[in-house]
Design a protein around this ligand. Sequence first.
Ligand SMILES: [Zn+2]
Length: 295
Amino acid sequence: MAIFGMRTGEPRRAGVSGSERDRPGLRRAVLLTVVTLVAGLMLSVTATLATEASAADAMPAPARGCKDTPDGPRILAAYSIKDGELTHRKGTDCVAARQIWARFAELIPAERRTMLTRFELLTRREQGAEVFQNRNLRTWTLAVSQGLEPDLDYILIHEYAHLLTLGPEQVPPVTDANLARVSVTCPTYFTGEGCSKGGSLINQYVNWYWPVRHRQISNRDQNSDDIPRLARLFPRRFVTAYAATNPGEDIAESFAVFVTRHRRPAPTIIATRKVNFFWNRPAMRRLRSQIRANL
Ligand SMILES: [Zn+2]
C-alpha cells in the first residue's frame, strides 16, 4: 500500500498511493485489523441499486455475479465516474461492483468525492481496497475487492480518508520529473505524492505525532509484511496495528475510528489523542455527521 509514507529520495511506485496495491501482506493486515476493531460495530451493507435503475433502462442489466476465479484477472470490472454515476468500461459489469460504489456514494457526500473518476472491482484475493492517483495526478481511482462485508463501510471510510488527506487541495500534485527534487526540498511532510501544504491535515498530524525517528523506522520497514515494528514498540500510540505502517495509514485509521466509533474518546493516550485531532476540528465533526447519517 501506502506509497505515501515518508519516501524522501525514492521514486513514486507506479503512481500508487493511499492504498495497499504493492503490499499484499498489508492488505491482509488491514483486513485483520479491521475485523478486530470494528466487528460488531458496523451495520451491514444495505446498498441497493435503486438509484441506478433509471440509467440502466437503456443498457443491458449488469450480471449478478462477477466471475472471480483463483487464477483470473486482478481487476474484475472497471468503470469511469461522472456526476457520481458509473459507466462500464472493462471487465464484467456486475451487481457487486455497482453495490460497492453505491455504498461509497451513499456514505461520502458528492462534493467530497469529485476527484474520483474511476472505480475498479478487484478479486476477493486482494482482500482490501486502495486509492491511487490517475496519470493526470489530479484525479483518483478507487479500487475495492469483492467480499469485504461486514467491514466494507470501515474500509471505504479509511480509503476516503486518503482522498481527504492526500487530494490536490492538501498536497499539490507533482510530476514524476519533479518528484525527486521536491522530496528533498519539501519543508513540510513529503507524502510520496508531493509536498504537503503547511496547514494540511497530514502535515499537522505528522508534526504532532510522528517524530523523525519513527518515520525512519517506518521507512526502513516499508517492505516488510510483518506487523509494523512501531506497533510492537509503542502500541498505545496507534488506534490499530496497521496504523503504525506509516503516517498516511495512521491518519486514515484514526479518521476511520473517529467516524465509526460512537463516542469521543478521552485523550489519555496518544492513540486517542489522534482521534481527538479530528474531534477538535469543527469541519471534521460536520463531515463525521454527514458520513454517519448513512452508517
Ligand atoms: Zn490505506
